[in-house]
Design a protein around this ligand. Sequence first.
Ligand code: PLP
Length: 329
Amino acid sequence: MVNNKIINLNNGRSALDLGIKVLSLKKGTKILVPEIICDVAIKVFLRNNLKVKYYKLNSKFEPIWSDLYKKKSSDVSCILMVHFFGFPQNIKKFKYFSKKQKLFLIEDNCHSLNLKFKEISLGNNGDIGVDSPRKIFNDLYSGGRLFINKKLNYKFEKLIQYQPNILSKYKKIIKKDFKNFYTNIKFLGKRPNYESPFLYSDKDNNFNIEKMDNFSENYLKCINFKKESIKRITLYKKLEKFAKKNRIKPVFKIKSNLIPMSFVGIASSKSHASKLFDWGWKNKVEITSWPSFYSKAKLDKKLINRWSKYICIPLNQNFKINISKINDR
Ligand SMILES: Cc1ncc(COP(=O)(O)O)c(C=O)c1O
């Protein structure tokens, strides 16, 4: 029997994978998943013999509740709630929905950390929760956590521990101290094709569930979350000004205590988004699209049209952004 447990693993996908196993969901049942989600999450569900049923999101990444209520059926066993980019969903509504429909609720907080927001600690609200500190902190070699929040019958097998090798240690140093060199080598001097909805899909099909390495586990214990939140919020506010000058509509309003992964904005058109990607590449500011969808997903035209205008600026970068209008004509 497991109850109120946090398990430190190598990444978010492993946490999700082990979490699904812990819930012991019936083979062939369906999971309700937001229509905008990265391909690795879908792969986790499929390899655990679940069927994926997408629910619609509005432009602010919130569920269209009328659509979600239409998706209920007896073969649905759980629902995934994602705090996109680190901005909390309406947890009350999700809890009410899953309780009413007798579904397991999985809280995906892979774009933030277990901060306290309005007295709610993210990660602790579903039957299970997952996060991915390795995505938030560049210095970690690995890091994904599974939060088990209710009594569940599951027998854990012994896991091997992720061990960063010499190559990954050097890679980390080069990435940190010679970021431009690293990016140029990685992408062969050419900007990635952020306009492709499948840019990084199918890149990592065979991942293993492993434990977090010792270095990352200790690093995580020493993090000052408050300081990290302030740093990110300060950068976010600068990016809001940058957005205003450049016809970019921010998707989320920043609030105190959040630890968002990225600033997300909506460009005025697809070509405007492309120009922003170009500008970022030239000026060494990471501006990307998100996510890379599951390669076999049938993507609705309207959804892709909306997706193609989103631009994401990760907040774990060190850069000085010039709050001016860029030449994007
Ligand atoms: C919403 C969401 N959940 C889970 C994951 C998996 O996290 P990780 O890359 O640490 O395996 C991702 C990664 O892209 C994600 O965006």
